[in-house]
Design a protein around this ligand. Sequence first.
Ligand code: Q0N
Length: 287
Amino acid sequence: MAESAVHVGSGKVRELYELGPERLLLVASDRISVFDVVLPTEIPDKGRVLTGLSAFWFARTRSLVPNHLLDVREDGRSLECRRLEMLPLELVVRGYLSGSGWRDYQSTGTVCGHALPSGLRESERLPEPIVTPATKAVSGHDENIAEAVAAELVGSERYEAARDVALELYRFGARRAEEADLILADTKFELGVDAEGRLVLADEALTPDSSRIWPADAYAPGGPQPSFDKQYARDWCEATGWDLTPPGPDLPEEVVEGTHARYVEAFERLTGIAFTRYLADPRVVLT
Ligand code: Q0N
């Protein structure tokens, strides 16, 4: 008999359920958000791609940092996880200058207190990856904070350990992405603490939804880069003249199909595993 799962939270594209006092079930839907708005059209298999990628990275980074993954379910879109005490911050690692990092740099010459060389262009590779912590602001949007503020939030020893782990994970993912001719421009991690007081990687890890992934062959600093996974959908939405307020437009079949193909391609290039194998047996990513 299926155990009872009580719904305890929703993200834009994921749902969180409680499996008793010690475990959670993280379910990734096929919803897609574009310009921060969830579209009315779903991308088939998107939730499975993201779940499979997350599980793949959790399995391969266990020696760097323990994580919350307990099991992948047969549906391919659900992860059983250990319940943790979450740190009240997100660790964003940036290897390239993009998004809010680029905006901060343009106005202050720094990103979250990191002094950077002058004259950097948008999307340029940074001399070293940097960690820019953020908190969930009341608006629901993330707010960048200085590392000193993050250290006050969780204690400096805990913050420094979390920062070091995030940097190691980014380097691990960026190396693998490079081997797949992809650029992991930046990525976000969420960490928690287990009952024994150990730092544990949680949430999703190194997925297209928690990262900026760019095709390396089109990389051209000096402007924004196309997103490997969402660019078709973004371009199509923009071309409709949509004002970026909800609801977003419906996606036509060819854009759904093109976006689906990019997600599957990202999965296969990063994992080296055929997506059909994942569908047949999701646990294949754990081995
Ligand atoms: C937790 N969030 C924010 C799902 C993800 N292992 C854990 N233990 C306790 N709490 C959480 C986790 C995890 N992961 C993380 N909320 C609770 C991210 N959510 C947003 C909604 O979708």
